[in-house]
Design a protein around this ligand. Structure first.
Ligand code: GLA
Length: 677
């Protein structure tokens, strides 16, 4: 446990932005809100080391002592995401270079190249000092390394690192040339010195080079993290170490792979919408975090030490916004009540609490209007009152931390497939692995199923159904993973653009989807791309969008077919018995209702059932279960009261639920279910 039996509640605390008088008031307010954990020091490097080698830890000593006296634990951060101005001046070679060759300058945060030796050495130094000084501080609960690893660089340090990484992976240049298909456009390398990072170039870049650069850079950033983690672990073997993941398609980090190196998966999550779309985004982000945690726990160096929280799918929401959410053009308000309901949505899906950015709204600086638990208006405000209310709720929910989220469906997620489908000159720039995962996840959620993201190769025991949405890349092991699963009796739904390419993003020949033709009993000859807004009718009554294909059946039975256009009469959805299992193929993007019905049918046929079949539409139901108890989270996202049949005790109100709970509009219940429920 991070917090000895309590859920984590609090956020980024930046006392360095305030005079010492405010610190005492902060601790008082934190106690009032029942805050249990704050992240301190994330961007404090220039206040800890104002000049090279001159350290001023005294203020941090005082802050940690004050927090400890107030009963608040600390996630102590290493400040390496924001080197001070003196560092950049002394080490201009450690400033980052863009793909266009422009060297960025100090003035924001993250102005470093993670591969620059001077930066890495400075990061190790300040981390080592923090570890030494605070190893025994009683407030220390968690180490928080850096902040949101996600920068990229194309400087000569990065280029040298890339070459080293490639030599390691391919050993000889012939293998690299083959993997990158350098026979195309005269790109054959005859010396390692010719190999560069994918900088700005005349026309389309080499897809193999771009993909490998993203893989390399994720590993380079991971190495930077691991250096710090090792120092912290050596000083405090009993204190867990994490780093907060930033989410987004642009992020050059393979979060699942990183999960084996953190003691607790932690994500920052800022939905791009303040309304109902936020609820879908929250569910997906939370499920991804849980999937990464479970995947990581299996490969974790401490996996043999016993029960790692990640194995149970535990993770932590490290940052979220209490109120205003950045959306393009203007910020959006989180309506009253949403902060609590949304926070509990993360907890329902395995988070060990709810943390925010940030505690107190700053009076200046680049993010001066970012929302905070103590807003500019001060504690006499709706937001702070909601913060106090949320603290009380989380206090009453501590026991759910023991529960594992129940999910009968697995959905494949893979960073590299996402990166490969971001390349240019693909048949459609509308189809991305992550979008397809989100669309399938939304359909499953609306049909009432919880699902666990899994990575190729992960064990599938316990999952009734596996869904592969545009899992573009498949090496031979991935192909065998799916084949063996279905042959052994598993059910799978495979979407278009899955298994089309190998691990180097080269096409698997002989008809699409090369990796899964035998399992699916189909052979796809051609793609037919639809224009934006265009729909193709299906004989089952729905429509297909974005993508369609010429599907030739080779053993599969058609389930739905194209009803018009060049593909009229040809299969759109097929089903194939393979070994003891069943494999569905979906060759277009069905409209939402059709996709929901299709996945529901596939899930039921596989033996799965929704979490709470009687929950009315708009009420999200998620169950966490431990060997001793089960908890049903019910989140009413609608604007009217909703009644849900269940029995037990509502932990939020303490009320006994005899046969049904009535949730007020926008309300939440967390029912410890009566045994046998
Ligand atoms: C990220 C960062 C924070 C802050 C927020 C703003 O999550 O970690 O420092 O910039 O975004 O949304």
């Amino acid at each position: 446990m991070v917090l000895d039996g309590r859920l984590c509640y609090g956020g980024d605390y930046n006392p360095e932005q305030w005079p010492a008088e405010v610190w005492k008031q902060d601790v008082e307010l934190m106690r009032q809100a029942r805050v249990t954990l704050v992240t301190v020091g994330v961007f404090a490097w220039s206040r800890l080391e104002p000049a090279p080698g001159r350290y001023t830890f005294d203020w941090l000593d005082q802050v940690l002592d004050l927090l400890h006296a107030g009963g608040i634990r600390v996630a102590l951060a290493t400040p390496t995401a924001s080197p001070p101005p003196w560092f950049s001046l002394a080490h201009p070679d450690a400033l980052p270079v863009t793909a266009d060759g422009v060297r960025l300058h100090h003035g924001s945060r993250d102005t470093y190249c993670a591969a620059a030796p001077a930066y890495r050495a400075a990061a190790r130094r300040i981390t080592g000092l923090l570890a030494e000084r605070y190893a025994d501080h009683p407030a220390l609960a968690l180490w928080h390394v850096h902040n949101e690893y996600g920068t990229t660089c194309h400087c000569h340090h990065a280029e040298a690192g890339f070459r080293r990484w490639l030599r390691d992976r391919y050993r000889d240049l012939d293998a690299l040339n083959d993997a990158w298909t350098t026979s195309f456009w005269s790109q054959h390398h005859s010396d390692w010195a010719q190999v560069s990072t994918p900088r700005a170039t005349q026309y389309l870049p080499n897809p193999g080079q771009v993909l490998d650069f993203r893989r390399y850079w994720s590993d380079e950033l991971l190495a930077a993290y691991v250096e710090q983690r090792n120092l912290l672990r050596a000083a405090t073997p009993g204190v867990p170490v994490t780093t907060n993941y930033v989410l987004g398609d642009w992020v050059p980090v393979d979060h699942a792979r990183w999960a084996a190196e953190v003691d607790l998966v932690a994500i920052d999550h800022y939905p791009s919408d303040a309304g109902p779309a936020a609820e879908e985004q929250i569910a997906l982000a939370a499920d991804l975090a849980r999937g990464w945690a479970r995947h990581g726990a299996r490969h974790h160096a401490r996996a043999t030490d016993g029960d790692l929280p990640g194995a149970r799918g535990s993770w932590l929401l490290m940052e979220s916004a209490p109120n205003l959410i950045y959306t393009p053009g203007r910020m959006h308000t989180r309506e009253p009540g949403r902060m609590a309901r949304h926070s509990l949505a993360y907890v329902a899906r395995g988070s060990r609490g709810a943390m925010f950015f940030q505690w107190r709204a700053p009076r200046g600086g680049a993010e001066l209007f970012h929302s905070a638990l103590v807003p500019h208006a001060g504690p006499d405000s709706r937001i702070f009152r909601e913060a106090v209310e949320l603290g009380g709720m989380l206090d009453r929910l501590a026991e759910v931390d023991a529960g594992v989220v129940e999910a009968p469906v697995a959905i494949a997620w893979d960073a590299a497939s996402g990166w490969a489908l971001q390349q240019r000159a693909l048949p459609s720039d509308r189809i991305h692995h992550h979008t397809e995962v989100a669309v399938a996840h939304r359909a499953l959620r609306r049909a009432g199923y919880a699902c666990d993201p899994v990575l190729p190769g992960d064990p599938l025991t316990g999952y009734a159904l596996l869904v592969l949405p545009a899992l573009y890349l498949a090496d031979d092991d991935t192909a065998a993973w799916v084949r063996d699963h279905v042959h052994g009796g598993g059910h799978v739904v495979i979407g278009y653009l899955s298994g089309v390419a190998d691990e180097h993003a080269r096409i698997r020949l002989g008809g699409y989807p090369g990796a899964y033709r035998d399992v699916l009993g189909v052979r796809v000859e051609e793609f037919h791309l639809l224009a934006d807004g265009e729909e193709v009718p299906l004989t089952g009554g729905g429509t297909g969008r974005f993508w369609a294909e010429t599907v030739r059946v080779a053993g599969a039975e058609p389930v739905d077919a194209y009803a018009a256009g060049v593909l009229a009469g040809q299969p759109a959805v097929t089903r194939h018995r393979y070994g003891d299992g069943v494999a569905w193929y979906v060759s277009t993007r069905p409209d939402e209702g059709t996709y929901q019905r299709l996945l529901d049918e596939a899930a039921r046929a596989a033996g799965a059932s929704p979490t709470c079949p009687d929950a009315p539409p708009g009420v999200e139901a998620v169950r966490r279960r431990s060997p001793e108890a089960s908890w049903l989270f019910l989140l009413n996202h609608t604007a009217s009261a909703q009644r849900v049949p269940t029995a037990g005790i509502d932990l939020l109100t303490g009320a006994v639920v005899e046969d049904a709970v009535t949730l007020p509009a926008g309300g939440v219940a967390v029912v410890r279910e009566r045994a046998g429920a």
